[in-house]
Design a protein around this ligand. Sequence first.
Ligand code: ZN
Length: 261
Amino acid sequence: MLSIEPLAAFNDNYIWLLADAEQQRCAVIDPGDASPVLAWLDAHPGWRLEQIFITHHHADHVAGCRALQAASAARIHGPAGERLPVCDQWLHDGDQLTLLDRPVQVLHVPGHTLGHIALYCPRQDNQPPLLFCGDTLFAAGCGRLFEGSPAQMLASLKRLASLDDDCLVYCTHEYTLSNLRFALAVEPSNPHLQVWQERVTAQRQAGLCSLPSRIDEEKAGNPFLRCLQPEIRQQLEQRAGRTALDEVELFATLRAWKDVF
Ligand SMILES: [Zn+2]
């Protein structure tokens, strides 16, 4: 059984560390900085870093890889469609491998970057499914469209939203509160958002990470999965200055609004 903990990096990044206490081994996802991982290893003598997974090529997700590789025997798994500083195994959509002892499936989810991947661990025994999705789906939000089109990102988010309701969503940034502020501006009458905001406000005041979220929670509150909701559509068509927008146009309008919110 794996335990999962967030290692804080930079201003608001999390490097997810998965630990297998029985065998004293661990894996990390998106180590943009080696130092928090090396500090964790220093505090856990005898443990081995065995695997590093990369979701996409941005520096705040990959810049720690070389130092961690030099300090351990970790194998680096990264997206085949991206240029990375170092990689031992290039991952393609549909690939199946193991993350320590959990089977994991590779999902290609372009939008934030073109080669972006997410890692999905199906349910195992009584452990819920897990999703490590980098900068695609955020709690109550989504990543910026640096390389992909709105249509690509919308398709990627829909693919993630089709996973199990109780799937735990581990994204890479602590953006939840600001995303919820935006979500409430977009859909003020959504009762889930108020509850979610109260919970996350309390977590942040206690210095806690607001993640993971869950797929059912995202479907109930994340505006980027809810463009077709009447209240959201009305707001977006008002912003766009025309009606009868299709879903991709609604999504593009919403993303552009968030960019300037
Ligand atoms: Zn990024």
